[in-house]
Design a protein around this ligand. Structure first.
Ligand SMILES: *[C@@H]1O[C@H](CO)[C@@H](O)[C@H](O)[C@H]1NC(C)=O
Ligand SMILES: *[C@@H]1O[C@H](CO)[C@@H](O)[C@H](O)[C@H]1NC(C)=O
Ligand SMILES: *[C@@H]1O[C@H](CO)[C@@H](O)[C@H](O)[C@H]1NC(C)=O
Ligand SMILES: *[C@@H]1O[C@H](CO)[C@@H](O)[C@H](O)[C@H]1NC(C)=O
Length: 406
């Protein structure tokens, strides 16, 4: 009697310090799915989502029911910390606008204006969305900035990076939203073409990725390897930080500035040599991007030297199970949020997949098209996801974005 009383008191105490978790929009990935009934298959594994795995017709019904539940959920957790440290009572995911199917890039939250600024219409139209009313407006810069895919705010200064088009080379810009003044600060490296796909700034310069994705938009060959670059602003030194990446894409600093996260989506412009690889062909500006299943779809972490601010080592954070990683952001708590096929994946920097913000319609679902969440941005505790086809808002997360971005 006494010990039972003691036990239930203990349970009460444990429950009080760690409240039983419940969010109707969150489903935990059930552990019984770690062993699937044979024969199972994900035939279009680059474009079909994990809950679309094909199971044998005589599989026990709980498998299909579990997949349906996962597909319906706004949040899928793989680790209990997703619920307790990230999602809380957030949700559900809301679709706040329908946009065209092209790329939607460089979302930046302009706090004083109450808008998120981004480049839509497959990088052809700058736009703003009011974070309260969801009203969308077009925005025109002082001069054309074709194929702008990269943007970040640092100490109140907005930097933009573009890929260019068939007449103008891409590069790096300073941009003043209030006056619409866009000033190019770099469009070549000693005469060779350059472009930016994504960027992040530290106190002394800008890390940006240059990738063959710009070949399709510019009809211009890559004159240097796809690479992660650093532009040191005091001397305008352009440093090739890592030319071993195949298709470097998203780039973001950890909130304490000690690590740099960069992903490699493996975009290549030649069909892969490995004939057994599965290839996703995505049309981009009339050309074809091949995504090779045998190539990287990897998020890396670089440790930055405290003295130079440049990478001294690289480790793998994760290899995505499908598609390609695109834009990334970090929470002020240090977690990595990566735009993927079918939503946004949240990783601990040690590589643990904590969970997915689930947006099934932002996915090619077996079609050879590049439909996915392209980029994302925090607005306070709300996360805005920009996908080809739609803008989605996740209200009321427990985490906020990196405060350096405002
Ligand atoms: C999933 O959502 C569909 C459509 O809203 C609904 O009909 C179905 O009952 C849901 N299934 C589960 C398992 O939640
Ligand atoms: C915004 O610009 C696009 C062309 O880029 C045009 O089709 C659309 O009508 C414009 N929208 C508004 C609200 O002016
Ligand atoms: C535009 O910005 C650049 C760089 O900050 C500055 O040098 C230039 O004077 C500005 N132009 C106008 C018209 O404000
Ligand atoms: C691309 O460049 C090639 C070779 O210079 C040229 O023949 C072709 O017309 C160009 N295509 C476009 C769309 O500009």
């Amino acid at each position: 009697m006494f010990s039972a009383f003691l036990l239930s008191t203990c349970i009460l105490v444990v429950r009080a310090s760690r409240p039983a978790y419940s969010n109707p929009h969150l489903v935990a990935y059930p552990s019984f799915l770690n062993v699937l009934p044979e024969p199972f298959e994900r035939p279009n594994f680059l474009t079909n989502l994990f809950y679309q795995t094909q199971l044998p017709s005589n599989a026990p019904p709980e498998y299909a029911a579990a997949y349906q539940k996962l597909q319906n959920a706004s949040f899928i957790s793989f680790d209990p910390r997703f619920a307790t440290d990230v999602i809380g009572s957030a949700g559900p995911v809301e679709k706040v606008a329908v946009v065209d199917d092209g790329s939607q890039e460089m979302p930046m939250y302009l706090k004083d204006e109450g808008v998120i600024f981004w480049n839509g219409k497959d990088l052809a139209q700058f736009q703003t969305i009011d974070v309260k009313t969801y009203e969308i407006k077009n925005y025109t810069m002082s001069v054309p900035v074709p194929g702008a895919a990269a943007g970040t705010i640092h100490k109140g200064q907005i930097y933009v990076g573009n890929q260019g088009d068939t007449t103008l080379h891409g590069g790096i810009w300073l941009f003043d939203y209030k006056t619409s003044n866009a000033t190019m600060i770099l469009n070549n490296q000693l005469g060779l073409s350059i472009g930016a796909d994504d960027m992040t700034a530290d106190d002394h310069g800008i890390f940006f990725t240059d990738t063959a994705a710009r070949v399709a938009r510019t009809n211009r060959t890559m004159q240097s390897p796809a690479a992660l670059y650093y532009l040191r602003l005091s001397t305008m030194s352009l440093i090739a930080v890592d030319p071993t990446l195949v298709g470097p894409n998203g780039v973001v600093l950890s909130p304490d500035g000690t690590e740099l996260y960069v992903n490699d989506d493996g975009d290549i412009y030649n069909p892969p040599n490995n004939i057994n690889a599965q290839v996703l062909t995505a049309s981009k500006g009339g050309s074809t991007v091949y995504i090779n299943s045998a190539g990287p779809r990897t998020i890396y972490a670089y440790t930055l030297s405290p003295s130079t601010g440049l990478p001294i080592s690289r480790r793998t954070v994760t290899v995505l199970e499908a598609g390609l990683p695109d834009g990334m952001k970090v929470s002020s708590s240090g977690l990595i949020f990566a735009a993927v096929f079918g939503g946004v994946d949240v990783y601990h920097p040690d590589g643990t997949r904590l969970g997915r913000i689930n947006i099934p319609e932002a996915s090619p679902n077996g079609q050879p098209a590049e439909k996915h969440v392209v980029n994302l941005i925090f607005e306070g505790n709300n996360l805005w996801c920009f996908a080809s086809g739609g803008i989605y808002r996740v209200p009321g997360l427990l985490v906020q974005g990196d405060s350096r971005l405002h």
